[in-house]
Design a protein around this ligand. Structure first.
Ligand code: 2RA
Length: 335
C-alpha cells in the first residue's frame, strides 16, 4: 500500500512510522509530510531513508492510506481532500471525532464501526486507553457510572512538551527553585497541573469532556454517566488513570481480574504482594494497556469496582491505535 504520514516529524508521527515497520504493515511506498521547517531533510525509517515533503493541496499525492498526526485545523482543511484523491484517512486530531458520519474507532472495542468509511477518527489518547479496559468490564457487568482521574504524561503535549519536561528537570536539579515554562501553563517538574486543554462553560476542561463524549461514542452508550478530572503529571510518555465504576450487575474483583486478563489489548498487572501494578515506567513502549489494583469499591456495595490503568500515550493512545485501524484496510480495499 502507498502510505503517507502527515506530521511525520512530531512525536506521534515518528511513532506511526516505527509502528508501521514493527508490525510489518504492507507498505510499498512511504511518503512523509511535515511543515516547511523540516522540508527536504532525510530521515531514517524501517523502510529506508525518506525525504520530508511539504504537502501541496494543488497536487494531492496518490495514496492508499493517509495517517494524519497534525492539528485539527490542518485536518479540517485537508483530510477530505485526501479522501477525494483516493486515500483512506485515519485522523489523530479531534477535528472529526464527534461527526456522525465519521467512525471513532478503538479496534478492540468497536472495529466494526469502521465499516466502509474512508475517513476514520482516532480517539483522544486518554479515551483510547480507558476504553480498552472499560469495554470488557461493560460486556461482563454492565456499566452504570464511571469516574476517572487521569495522570497524563508530557508526551500528550507532543515533542515540545516532552522537551520542556526534560529541560525543566535538568534546570531544577542544577539550579533549584522552579523550572521555567513556555509550553505548559505552569512548570511541570515537581508539580501537577489540573488543566489540559481549555476550560468549558461547565467547569470541566475540554480534555475531560473528550473522555466523556468519545467514550460514549466508541462504546455506543450515549447516556453513560461519566466524569473525568484530567491532570498533567511530570512523567514522560504513558498516561495513567484511576477508574471507579458502578455496574448494573454484581461484580467481584476476582471476576473482573479474570475478564481483564482475557481482554484483547489489556495486560493484567495485579500482584500487590510483589508490588506489581500498572505504572508509566512499565507501560511505556508496550502495546497493551496495563490494568491492575482491581478491588471492590465499598461505596457501591457489590456493584462497584476500582482499578488503575496505564497505557503508552504515543502507542495505544495514538500511533498503535491508528495503525490497528489501518490493518483492516487491505481486506476492506480488496473486498
Ligand atoms: C494530552 N490527551 O494528553 C492529550 C493529547 N491528545 O494532552
Amino acid at each position: 500500500m502507498r502510505v503517507g504520514v502527515f506530521g511525520a516529524t512530531g512525536a506521534v508521527g515518528k511513532e506511526l512510522v516505527q509502528v508501521l515497520g514493527d508490525r510489518g504493515f504492507p507498505v510499498t511506498e512511504l511518503r512523509l509530510f511535515a511543515s516547511t521547517r523540516s522540508a527536504g531533510t532525510r530521515v531514517p525509517t524501517p523502510f529506508g531513508d525518506k525525504r520530508i515533503e511539504v504537502y501541496d493541496p494543488a497536487t494531492p499525492p496518490r495514496l492508499d492510506l493517509a495517517l494524519l498526526a497534525v492539528s485539527g485545523d490542518w485536518s479540517k482543511a485537508h483530510a477530505r481532500q485526501l479522501v477525494e484523491a483516493g486515500a483512506v484517512v485515519v485522523d489523530n486530531s479531534s477535528a472529526f471525532r464527534l461527526e456522525d458520519d465519521v467512525p471513532l474507532v478503538v479496534p478492540e472495542v468497536n472495529a466494526a464501526a469502521a465499516g466502509n468509511a474512508r475517513l476514520i477518527a482516532n480517539p483522544n489518547c486518554t479515551t483510547a486507553i480507558l476504553a480498552v479496559a472499560l469495554a470488557p468490564l461493560h460486556e461482563a457487568f454492565g456499566l452504570k457510572r464511571v469516574i476517572v482521574s487521569t495522570y497524563q504524561a508530557a508526551s500528550g503535549a507532543g515533542a515540545e512538551g516532552m522537551q520542556e519536561l526534560e529541560d525543566g528537570l535538568r534546570e531544577v536539579l542544577a539550579q533549584g527553585g522552579q523550572a521555567t515554562n513556555k509550553f505548559f501553563r505552569h512548570p511541570l517538574p515537581m508539580n501537577l497541573i489540573p488543566h489540559i486543554d481549555s476550560f468549558q462553560p461547565n467547569g470541566y476542561t475540554r480534555e475531560e469532556m473528550k473522555v466523556t463524549w468519545e467514550t460514549r461514542k466508541i462504546m455506543g452508550l450515549p447516556d453513560l454517566l461519566i466524569s473525568c478530572t484530567a491532570v498533567r503529571v511530570p512523567t514522560m510518555r504513558a498516561h495513567a488513570e484511576a477508574v471507579t465504576i458502578e455496574t448494573e450487575r454484581p461484580v467481584t474483583a476476582e471476576a473482573a481480574r479474570r475478564i481483564l486478563a482475557a481482554a484483547p489489548g489489556v495486560k493484567l498487572v495485579d500482584d500487590v504482594e510483589n508490588a506489581l501494578y500498572p505504572m508509566p515506567l512499565t507501560a511505556s513502549g508496550q502495546y497493551d494497556v496495563e490494568a491492575g489494583r482491581v478491588r471492590a469499591n465499598p461505596v457501591f456495595g457489590d456493584r462497584g469496582l476500582d482499578l488503575f490503568v496505564c497505557g503508552d500515550q504515543l502507542l495505544k493512545g495514538a500511533a498503535l491505535n491508528a495503525v490497528q485501524i489501518a490493518e483492516a484496510l487491505p481486506v476492506r480495499l480488496a473486498a
